[in-house]
Design a protein around this ligand. Structure first.
Ligand code: COA
Length: 322
Protein backbone atom coordinates (compact mmCIF):
# COMPACT_ATOMS: atom_id res chain seq x y z
CA UNK A 1 0.00 0.00 0.00
CA UNK A 2 1.29 3.50 -0.82
CA UNK A 3 2.10 5.30 2.45
CA UNK A 4 0.05 8.40 3.23
CA UNK A 5 2.03 11.60 2.74
CA UNK A 6 1.24 14.90 4.42
CA UNK A 7 3.01 18.26 4.69
CA UNK A 8 2.69 20.10 7.98
CA UNK A 9 4.29 22.37 10.58
CA UNK A 10 6.34 20.40 13.09
CA UNK A 11 8.59 21.06 16.05
CA UNK A 12 12.31 21.29 15.45
CA UNK A 13 12.85 18.22 17.64
CA UNK A 14 10.83 16.14 15.17
CA UNK A 15 13.14 16.94 12.27
CA UNK A 16 16.56 16.95 13.97
CA UNK A 17 17.23 13.23 13.21
CA UNK A 18 16.47 13.76 9.49
CA UNK A 19 18.59 16.94 9.36
CA UNK A 20 21.41 15.10 11.07
CA UNK A 21 21.22 12.07 8.76
CA UNK A 22 21.16 14.10 5.54
CA UNK A 23 23.01 17.32 6.31
CA UNK A 24 25.43 16.49 9.13
CA UNK A 25 26.11 12.75 8.67
CA UNK A 26 29.20 11.65 10.61
CA UNK A 27 29.19 14.77 12.78
CA UNK A 28 27.95 15.06 16.38
CA UNK A 29 24.15 15.17 16.67
CA UNK A 30 24.29 18.70 18.16
CA UNK A 31 25.58 20.04 14.83
CA UNK A 32 22.09 19.46 13.41
CA UNK A 33 20.74 22.27 15.64
CA UNK A 34 20.99 25.73 14.12
CA UNK A 35 20.93 29.27 15.46
CA UNK A 36 17.38 30.54 15.43
CA UNK A 37 15.79 27.11 15.65
CA UNK A 38 14.06 28.10 18.88
CA UNK A 39 13.21 31.66 17.87
CA UNK A 40 9.56 32.15 18.81
CA UNK A 41 8.72 32.98 15.18
CA UNK A 42 10.77 30.24 13.53
CA UNK A 43 8.76 27.81 11.44
CA UNK A 44 9.64 24.18 10.88
CA UNK A 45 7.97 22.06 8.23
CA UNK A 46 8.09 18.41 7.28
CA UNK A 47 6.68 15.95 4.81
CA UNK A 48 5.45 13.03 6.88
CA UNK A 49 5.29 9.57 5.37
CA UNK A 50 4.41 6.51 7.45
CA UNK A 51 4.40 8.76 10.51
CA UNK A 52 8.01 9.86 10.07
CA UNK A 53 9.55 13.01 8.53
CA UNK A 54 11.08 12.32 5.11
CA UNK A 55 11.66 15.92 4.04
CA UNK A 56 12.17 19.01 6.19
CA UNK A 57 12.98 22.67 6.19
CA UNK A 58 13.00 25.61 8.56
CA UNK A 59 12.29 29.31 8.12
CA UNK A 60 14.05 31.57 10.60
CA UNK A 61 13.22 35.31 10.84
CA UNK A 62 16.18 37.26 9.53
CA UNK A 63 17.21 40.27 7.43
CA UNK A 64 18.40 40.63 3.85
CA UNK A 65 20.21 43.89 3.10
CA UNK A 66 18.38 45.61 5.92
CA UNK A 67 14.98 44.33 4.81
CA UNK A 68 12.89 41.81 6.74
CA UNK A 69 13.48 38.32 5.44
CA UNK A 70 13.23 34.62 6.18
CA UNK A 71 16.36 32.53 6.17
CA UNK A 72 15.67 29.06 4.83
CA UNK A 73 17.68 26.47 6.76
CA UNK A 74 17.99 22.71 6.99
CA UNK A 75 16.39 21.82 3.64
CA UNK A 76 16.75 18.04 3.35
CA UNK A 77 14.99 15.07 1.82
CA UNK A 78 15.61 11.51 2.95
CA UNK A 79 18.01 9.73 0.57
CA UNK A 80 15.43 7.17 -0.58
CA UNK A 81 12.87 9.86 -1.28
CA UNK A 82 14.96 12.41 -3.17
CA UNK A 83 13.86 13.37 -6.68
CA UNK A 84 10.18 12.59 -6.04
CA UNK A 85 8.94 16.14 -5.76
CA UNK A 86 8.81 16.27 -1.94
CA UNK A 87 11.33 19.08 -1.57
CA UNK A 88 9.50 21.20 -4.13
CA UNK A 89 6.14 20.52 -2.50
CA UNK A 90 7.32 21.40 0.98
CA UNK A 91 9.28 24.50 0.02
CA UNK A 92 6.44 25.85 -2.12
CA UNK A 93 4.01 25.27 0.72
CA UNK A 94 6.24 26.95 3.31
CA UNK A 95 6.91 29.95 1.04
CA UNK A 96 3.21 30.34 0.20
CA UNK A 97 2.24 30.21 3.86
CA UNK A 98 4.94 32.67 4.91
CA UNK A 99 4.02 35.06 2.07
CA UNK A 100 0.36 34.90 2.95
CA UNK A 101 1.17 35.95 6.52
CA UNK A 102 3.89 38.51 5.73
CA UNK A 103 4.00 39.38 2.02
CA UNK A 104 6.89 41.85 2.29
CA UNK A 105 9.50 39.39 3.57
CA UNK A 106 11.94 37.96 1.06
CA UNK A 107 13.71 34.61 1.43
CA UNK A 108 17.38 33.82 1.41
CA UNK A 109 19.57 30.81 2.13
CA UNK A 110 23.11 29.52 2.01
CA UNK A 111 22.71 26.77 -0.58
CA UNK A 112 25.07 23.89 -1.20
CA UNK A 113 26.43 24.33 -4.70
CA UNK A 114 25.19 20.80 -5.46
CA UNK A 115 21.64 21.96 -4.73
CA UNK A 116 21.69 25.21 -6.78
CA UNK A 117 19.67 23.60 -9.59
CA UNK A 118 16.94 22.58 -7.16
CA UNK A 119 16.51 26.13 -5.86
CA UNK A 120 16.76 27.67 -9.31
CA UNK A 121 13.88 25.48 -10.45
CA UNK A 122 11.82 27.08 -7.73
CA UNK A 123 12.75 30.62 -8.76
CA UNK A 124 15.67 31.30 -6.41
CA UNK A 125 18.66 33.29 -7.72
CA UNK A 126 22.35 32.92 -6.91
CA UNK A 127 23.66 36.11 -5.32
CA UNK A 128 27.27 35.32 -4.45
CA UNK A 129 30.37 33.56 -5.60
CA UNK A 130 30.89 30.13 -3.95
CA UNK A 131 32.28 30.08 -0.40
CA UNK A 132 33.16 27.21 1.90
CA UNK A 133 31.20 26.21 4.99
CA UNK A 134 33.39 24.16 7.32
CA UNK A 135 30.81 21.50 8.14
CA UNK A 136 29.13 21.28 4.74
CA UNK A 137 31.41 22.20 1.81
CA UNK A 138 30.95 24.84 -0.90
CA UNK A 139 27.88 27.07 -0.75
CA UNK A 140 26.42 30.11 -2.48
CA UNK A 141 23.95 32.64 -1.18
CA UNK A 142 20.58 32.57 -2.91
CA UNK A 143 17.41 34.64 -2.67
CA UNK A 144 13.78 34.29 -3.61
CA UNK A 145 11.91 37.50 -4.20
CA UNK A 146 8.56 38.51 -5.62
CA UNK A 147 8.85 40.04 -9.10
CA UNK A 148 7.86 43.38 -7.60
CA UNK A 149 10.54 43.12 -4.95
CA UNK A 150 13.13 42.37 -7.62
CA UNK A 151 12.19 45.36 -9.74
CA UNK A 152 12.03 47.77 -6.82
CA UNK A 153 14.95 46.36 -4.95
CA UNK A 154 18.01 47.27 -6.98
CA UNK A 155 20.17 47.07 -3.91
CA UNK A 156 22.59 44.34 -4.81
CA UNK A 157 25.94 45.01 -3.25
CA UNK A 158 29.02 45.20 -5.39
CA UNK A 159 30.07 41.75 -4.23
CA UNK A 160 26.80 40.24 -5.45
CA UNK A 161 26.60 42.10 -8.76
CA UNK A 162 27.35 39.88 -11.75
CA UNK A 163 31.01 40.19 -12.69
CA UNK A 164 30.03 42.14 -15.80
CA UNK A 165 33.55 43.05 -16.91
CA UNK A 166 34.81 39.45 -16.80
CA UNK A 167 31.65 38.22 -18.51
CA UNK A 168 31.95 40.76 -21.34
CA UNK A 169 35.67 40.01 -21.71
CA UNK A 170 34.89 36.28 -22.04
CA UNK A 171 32.14 37.03 -24.54
CA UNK A 172 34.36 39.26 -26.70
CA UNK A 173 37.14 36.66 -26.60
CA UNK A 174 34.74 33.98 -27.76
CA UNK A 175 33.33 36.16 -30.55
CA UNK A 176 36.79 37.22 -31.71
CA UNK A 177 37.84 33.56 -31.81
CA UNK A 178 34.64 32.76 -33.75
CA UNK A 179 35.56 35.48 -36.24
CA UNK A 180 39.13 34.34 -36.76
CA UNK A 181 38.66 30.57 -36.49
CA UNK A 182 35.25 30.34 -38.17
CA UNK A 183 33.95 33.45 -39.87
CA UNK A 184 30.95 35.80 -39.81
CA UNK A 185 28.25 33.07 -39.63
CA UNK A 186 29.98 31.61 -36.58
CA UNK A 187 30.00 35.07 -34.98
CA UNK A 188 26.26 35.54 -35.65
CA UNK A 189 25.38 32.32 -33.81
CA UNK A 190 27.82 33.23 -31.03
CA UNK A 191 26.13 36.62 -30.54
CA UNK A 192 22.73 34.94 -30.39
CA UNK A 193 23.95 32.37 -27.88
CA UNK A 194 25.50 35.02 -25.64
CA UNK A 195 22.31 37.10 -25.77
CA UNK A 196 20.44 33.99 -24.63
CA UNK A 197 23.02 33.39 -21.91
CA UNK A 198 22.53 36.89 -20.55
CA UNK A 199 18.76 36.39 -20.54
CA UNK A 200 19.13 33.05 -18.76
CA UNK A 201 21.90 33.84 -16.31
CA UNK A 202 24.37 36.73 -16.31
CA UNK A 203 27.14 34.86 -14.53
CA UNK A 204 30.61 33.64 -15.38
CA UNK A 205 30.32 30.01 -14.38
CA UNK A 206 27.81 28.85 -17.03
CA UNK A 207 30.23 30.11 -19.69
CA UNK A 208 32.11 26.80 -19.46
CA UNK A 209 29.17 25.51 -21.53
CA UNK A 210 30.64 27.43 -24.49
CA UNK A 211 33.78 25.27 -24.48
CA UNK A 212 32.45 22.52 -26.80
CA UNK A 213 31.50 25.20 -29.35
CA UNK A 214 34.98 26.71 -29.00
CA UNK A 215 36.42 23.24 -29.65
CA UNK A 216 34.53 23.02 -32.95
CA UNK A 217 35.95 26.41 -34.00
CA UNK A 218 39.45 25.15 -33.42
CA UNK A 219 38.69 21.89 -35.24
CA UNK A 220 37.37 23.93 -38.19
CA UNK A 221 40.54 25.98 -38.28
CA UNK A 222 42.74 22.88 -38.12
CA UNK A 223 40.88 20.80 -40.70
CA UNK A 224 39.34 23.46 -42.95
CA UNK A 225 36.13 21.40 -42.83
CA UNK A 226 33.32 23.95 -43.26
CA UNK A 227 30.71 21.37 -42.30
CA UNK A 228 31.82 21.69 -38.67
CA UNK A 229 29.58 24.76 -38.56
CA UNK A 230 26.75 22.28 -37.88
CA UNK A 231 28.16 20.68 -34.68
CA UNK A 232 29.23 24.17 -33.60
CA UNK A 233 25.63 25.36 -33.99
CA UNK A 234 24.27 22.34 -32.14
CA UNK A 235 26.76 22.86 -29.29
CA UNK A 236 25.40 26.39 -28.88
CA UNK A 237 21.77 25.22 -29.20
CA UNK A 238 22.25 22.50 -26.56
CA UNK A 239 24.08 24.89 -24.25
CA UNK A 240 21.31 27.45 -24.46
CA UNK A 241 18.69 24.75 -23.86
CA UNK A 242 20.59 23.70 -20.73
CA UNK A 243 20.54 27.30 -19.49
CA UNK A 244 16.78 27.54 -19.80
CA UNK A 245 15.79 24.06 -18.67
CA UNK A 246 15.26 25.31 -15.12
CA UNK A 247 12.26 27.23 -16.51
CA UNK A 248 10.78 24.11 -18.08
CA UNK A 249 11.29 21.98 -21.13
CA UNK A 250 9.34 24.32 -23.42
CA UNK A 251 11.62 27.24 -22.55
CA UNK A 252 14.65 25.00 -23.16
CA UNK A 253 13.31 23.86 -26.53
CA UNK A 254 12.52 27.44 -27.60
CA UNK A 255 15.99 28.66 -26.60
CA UNK A 256 17.76 25.83 -28.43
CA UNK A 257 15.31 26.10 -31.31
CA UNK A 258 16.20 29.77 -31.87
CA UNK A 259 19.82 28.85 -32.48
CA UNK A 260 18.78 26.06 -34.84
CA UNK A 261 16.49 28.49 -36.69
CA UNK A 262 19.32 31.01 -37.02
CA UNK A 263 21.61 28.24 -38.24
CA UNK A 264 19.10 27.21 -40.93
CA UNK A 265 18.61 30.86 -41.91
CA UNK A 266 22.34 31.19 -42.45
CA UNK A 267 22.38 27.94 -44.42
CA UNK A 268 19.67 29.35 -46.71
CA UNK A 269 21.82 32.44 -47.27
CA UNK A 270 24.70 30.10 -48.02
CA UNK A 271 22.48 28.62 -50.79
CA UNK A 272 22.21 25.16 -49.25
CA UNK A 273 19.92 22.95 -51.34
CA UNK A 274 16.42 22.11 -50.10
CA UNK A 275 17.43 18.48 -49.62
CA UNK A 276 20.45 19.38 -47.49
CA UNK A 277 18.36 21.83 -45.47
CA UNK A 278 15.69 19.19 -44.87
CA UNK A 279 18.29 16.71 -43.59
CA UNK A 280 19.92 19.34 -41.37
CA UNK A 281 16.56 20.35 -39.97
CA UNK A 282 15.61 16.73 -39.24
CA UNK A 283 18.93 15.91 -37.56
CA UNK A 284 18.95 19.17 -35.58
CA UNK A 285 15.36 18.66 -34.42
CA UNK A 286 16.06 15.07 -33.35
CA UNK A 287 19.16 16.13 -31.39
CA UNK A 288 17.34 19.01 -29.75
CA UNK A 289 14.38 16.84 -28.75
CA UNK A 290 16.64 14.22 -27.15
CA UNK A 291 18.74 16.91 -25.48
CA UNK A 292 15.72 18.64 -23.95
CA UNK A 293 14.35 15.27 -22.83
CA UNK A 294 17.52 14.26 -20.95
CA UNK A 295 18.56 17.69 -19.66
CA UNK A 296 16.42 17.89 -16.49
CA UNK A 297 17.93 14.67 -15.19
CA UNK A 298 21.43 15.52 -16.34
CA UNK A 299 22.19 19.09 -15.33
CA UNK A 300 22.53 18.96 -11.59
CA UNK A 301 26.10 20.19 -11.92
CA UNK A 302 27.67 22.59 -14.45
CA UNK A 303 29.98 19.93 -15.93
CA UNK A 304 26.97 17.70 -16.60
CA UNK A 305 25.46 20.43 -18.77
CA UNK A 306 28.78 20.68 -20.62
CA UNK A 307 28.78 16.91 -21.16
CA UNK A 308 25.26 17.07 -22.63
CA UNK A 309 26.32 19.96 -24.88
CA UNK A 310 29.36 18.05 -26.05
CA UNK A 311 27.33 14.90 -26.74
CA UNK A 312 24.73 16.88 -28.70
CA UNK A 313 27.42 18.40 -30.90
CA UNK A 314 29.13 15.03 -31.38
CA UNK A 315 25.75 13.66 -32.49
CA UNK A 316 25.57 16.53 -34.99
CA UNK A 317 29.07 15.63 -36.20
CA UNK A 318 27.96 12.02 -36.63
CA UNK A 319 24.88 13.37 -38.41
CA UNK A 320 27.14 14.97 -41.04
CA UNK A 321 27.51 11.48 -42.47
CA UNK A 322 23.79 11.56 -43.30
C1 COA B 1 18.27 19.27 -2.52
C2 COA B 1 17.10 18.46 -1.98
C3 COA B 1 16.60 19.11 -0.72
C4 COA B 1 15.99 18.44 -3.05
O1 COA B 1 14.88 17.75 -2.53
P1 COA B 1 14.09 16.68 -3.41
O2 COA B 1 12.91 16.24 -2.65
O3 COA B 1 15.04 15.63 -3.87
O4 COA B 1 13.68 17.61 -4.65
P2 COA B 1 12.44 17.44 -5.65
O5 COA B 1 12.27 16.00 -5.98
O6 COA B 1 11.25 18.14 -5.08
O7 COA B 1 12.99 18.22 -6.89
C5 COA B 1 12.33 19.34 -7.49
C6 COA B 1 13.03 19.62 -8.79
O8 COA B 1 14.40 19.96 -8.53
C7 COA B 1 15.27 19.06 -9.21
N1 COA B 1 16.39 18.79 -8.32
C8 COA B 1 16.37 18.13 -7.15
N2 COA B 1 17.60 18.13 -6.61
C9 COA B 1 18.38 18.80 -7.49
C10 COA B 1 19.76 19.15 -7.49
N3 COA B 1 20.57 18.81 -6.47
N4 COA B 1 20.23 19.84 -8.56
C11 COA B 1 19.41 20.20 -9.61
N5 COA B 1 18.08 19.91 -9.64
C12 COA B 1 17.61 19.22 -8.59
C13 COA B 1 14.46 17.82 -9.48
O9 COA B 1 14.95 17.13 -10.62
C14 COA B 1 13.08 18.39 -9.70
O10 COA B 1 12.98 18.89 -11.02
P3 COA B 1 11.60 18.79 -11.85
O11 COA B 1 10.56 19.45 -10.99
O12 COA B 1 11.90 19.50 -13.11
O13 COA B 1 11.35 17.32 -12.00
C15 COA B 1 17.49 16.97 -1.71
O14 COA B 1 17.99 16.41 -2.89
C16 COA B 1 18.51 16.81 -0.60
O15 COA B 1 18.15 16.69 0.56
N6 COA B 1 19.80 16.76 -0.95
C17 COA B 1 20.85 16.53 0.02
C18 COA B 1 20.94 17.65 1.04
C19 COA B 1 21.04 18.99 0.41
O16 COA B 1 21.84 19.24 -0.48
N7 COA B 1 20.17 19.90 0.90
C20 COA B 1 20.18 21.27 0.46
C21 COA B 1 21.02 22.01 1.40
S1 COA B 1 21.20 23.69 0.85
Amino acid sequence: MTPEITCRRVTVEEILPLRHRILRAGLPFETASFDGDHDANARHYAVISDARPVCCLSLVPSEWEGRPAWQLRGMATDGQQQGRGLGRRLLEMAVAEARRDEPHRIFWCNARTSAIGFYEKLGWRVMSEPFDVLTAGPHVRMVLEHDGQRRGGGTETAARRPPAVAFIAAELTFLAAAHFLGGPPWVVLGVLAFAGQVAAEFRLRPLIGFLPAAGWMVAHQLTGNRELFFPYAMALAAHLASQFVGRGRVAAAVAGGLVVAAFLGIRILQAATAKVLAVELAVAAAILIVTVAVLPAAVKRPWEAVAVTLLASLAAYAGLAV
